[in-house]
Design a protein around this ligand. Sequence first.
Ligand SMILES: NC(=O)c1ccc[n+]([C@@H]2O[C@H](COP(=O)([O-])OP(=O)(O)OC[C@H]3O[C@@H](n4cnc5c(N)ncnc54)[C@H](OP(=O)(O)O)[C@@H]3O)[C@@H](O)[C@H]2O)c1
Length: 288
Amino acid sequence: MILNETYTLSNGVKIPILGFGTWFIDNQSVQQAVIDATEIGYRHIDTAQAYQNEHGVGEGIKTCGIKRNELFITTKLAAEVKDYKAAVASIDSSLQAMDLDYIDLMIIHSPKPWMEFHLDDHYTEGNLQAWKALEKAYQAGKIRAIGLSNFQITDLENIINGGTIKPMVNQILAHISNTPFELIEFGKKHQILTEAYSPIGHGELLKNEQLAQMAQQYGVSIPQLSIRYCLQLGLLPLPKTAKKTHMKNNAAVDFEISATDMEVLKSMERIKDYGEASMFPVYGGKLS
Ligand SMILES: NC(=O)c1ccc[n+]([C@@H]2O[C@H](COP(=O)([O-])OP(=O)(O)OC[C@H]3O[C@@H](n4cnc5c(N)ncnc54)[C@H](OP(=O)(O)O)[C@@H]3O)[C@@H](O)[C@H]2O)c1
């Protein structure tokens, strides 16, 4: 069963290969979502300071009945924090918000502040400052693994060359029709595990007729096909849902997509419109 499987990060820490995304699950509802997900068998929860639900995730962790050391909790340092002192304080604020002694994985949410996502400044020095704060917390035992998110090759090189500890993870937008193969290969070369966020294209893949037909051939749903696609590429998918039936469905992915169909999926025409989510910088929007 997929929920029992793990990848091993470059520092030896084991990470469950299917995560549970919590973006857009508000602070009130997320406690129950964590309880439902862990009841089904999820052990890997993905939150972020920016989701404003860390407190609720912490409540879910406390009340779900699963031992803390059997859970894997990821959070993200806010994209706007590019200063050492502010990053140290921000890491501690996540520990406090979730009321945890340690975080399993903490990643820099974006190399650029969200409002500047499409500008040229790569915040080279600011990211090294934020990275230094993560390294310090890692060495102090507050975080078990550290990594990055939305980092392109040039941003990764900055951390690999300028940091002391190599990043263990890069969490990026990756799904059928939009898979950044070069970035994934670069990660592999540097022992960086690539996590695939929005594996269902923020829900937009559900509208694709070609995918519906292929999913039907395998007797699965489009989300199952999408999640399985990521797993077969060696990625770590992070589907989001607040519905228990969907949580179950997303974890039932013990089937195999044929090599021929994988090639079809790899070269499928890219989604141009992420619907309501298009306004977000990660989907090409500008938030302003
Ligand atoms: N690092 C970053 O910058 C970043 C950016 C975006 C996302 N993420 C992470 O990735 C996670 C997932 O991304 P996402 O929320 O953008 O999108 P996603 O997981 O690709 O898609 C979520 C959408 O798919 C629907 N869905 C999920 N499972 C389903 C199922 N089995 N059947 C039918 N519909 C289903 C959900 O609806 P229901 O809720 O109705 O089921 C929701 O509308 C986030 O929660 C977050 O943890 C990270």
